[in-house]
Design a protein around this ligand. Structure first.
Ligand code: UD1
Length: 345
């Protein structure tokens, strides 16, 4: 029998790419999204890529009554919970927006999963939980550091909510099971260029800023700091292709569905294991797309960690998952998507 997965936040950047991969892996999907930071047109892209239709409901996970209707209406055993706010700076300015939304929505999901006997949940966590790491690369056993933003704090708190709920609501081995995927820096777009990242306003993240600068929407990219203690002085990150990341969700949900999980709550780093600096990324973007990017060195951005990259061994061995696309392929896909959005030939 085909398994069905409820995808919350399925119209968003990672949600839409994961919906494609789920459908292509043979899952049925039900998508919900409140469209607060996404466009329903992303789901048209998903339909176009997969050639499949699927139910979509505009629902806010904080609206428990509306969410409950979804649980009553559809049969699904698994939930992938993407729906959350994700802008670090905004979370510092408006902490209650982040605590209210990101915590309540996840609590509602878990509560209704228990009530309706739906047992498998994936949570979108982040490398932000490691803060400024004491050792590199970080493993799942590396210490979490105190969160440096309310956004990061909601990721830590949701991980803890999941850990505690699994413990409380799965005493007989037949209840709630969860996996937290700690994403490193997701970038790029689907190779079809039919879906990709759609930031509203001025992008906070590096790659959308790069592609918008290349498209002439932004005048100049600021490289935030070239005096860090790294080989070229700019920060280092582990940039993970969004399609590779989406595929990690498929294998993680299969692990839960097939009962292959080794504990009722598990955590996996989803990264490449590769450290890439801001300047290296800019150079690779210029080279692979054969263009010159207008950029300048600017002061450090408050709150940025110097360097972080993943040890993905656990995901490689336990999930049988490995990042496959090269940074160059990913940066080419990011540019193809930006050109599609802007109507550039
Ligand atoms: C942040 C969050 C991360 C979240 C991710 C996606 C923290 C510490 N990090 O990652 O949890 O999942 O966003 O929302 O909470 N940069 C520039 N110029 C720019 C933009 C960025 O030089 O215009 C640099 C930054 O200094 C950084 C790198 O590019 O070194 C990556 O930045 P960004 O894409 O914003 O991601 P993170 O801050 O690493």
């Amino acid at each position: 029998m085909k398994q069905t997965v409820l995808v919350s936040g399925g119209a968003g950047y990672i949600g839409s790419h994961t919906t494609v991969e789920l459908i292509e892996a043979g899952f049925n999907v039900v998508v919900i999204d409140n469209l607060s930071n996404s466009e329903a047109s992303a789901l048209d892209g998903v339909r176009q890529i997969t050639g499949k239709d699927f139910p979509f409901e505009v629902v806010d996970c904080c609206d428990k009554a509306a969410l409950e209707e979804v649980f009553k209406k559809y049969e699904f055993d698994s939930v992938i919970h993407f729906a959350a706010f994700k802008a670090v700076g905004e979370s510092v300015a408006e902490p209650l927006k982040y605590y209210g939304n990101n915590l309540n929505s996840f609590c509602n999901i878990i509560e209704l999963m228990n009530k309706y006997g739906r047992h498998n949940v994936l949570f979108s966590s982040s490398a932000t939980v490691y803060g400024e790491p004491e050792e590199l690369p970080v493993t799942e056993q590396s210490m979490r550091q105190p969160a440096t933003s309310p956004y990061g704090n909601t990721k830590q708190m949701c991980e803890d909510i999941l850990r505690d709920c699994v413990k409380a609501y799965n005493k007989d081995g037949n209840g709630l099971k969860g996996i937290a995927l700690r994403y490193f820096n997701p970038i790029g777009a689907h190779p079809s260029a039919l879906i990709g990242e759609l930031p509203r306003g001025v992008p906070n993240n590096l790659v959308p800023f790069i592609t918008q600068t290349a498209a002439g929407v932004r005048e100049c990219l600021s490289v935030f700091g070239d005096d860090y203690d790294t080989p070229d002085g700019s920060c280092q990150r582990d940039y993970i292709d969004v399609v590779d990341l989406a595929k990690a969700h498929v294998v993680a949900i299969k692990r839960l569905v097939d009962g292959k999980n080794k504990a009722n709550y598990e955590i996996f780093n989803i990264g490449t294991g590769r450290a890439v600096s801001v300047l290296e990324l800019v150079n690779a973007f210029e080279k692979v797309n054969n263009l010159k990017l207008n950029y300048k060195i600017a002061p450090r951005r408050a709150g940025d960690v110097t360097a972080i990259w993943a040890d993905p061994t656990q995901a490689n061995n336990e999930l049988g998952w490995k990042a496959e696309r090269t940074v160059e392929e990913t940066l080419a896909s990011a540019w193809a998507w930006e050109k599609h959005v802007r109507g550039i030939e």
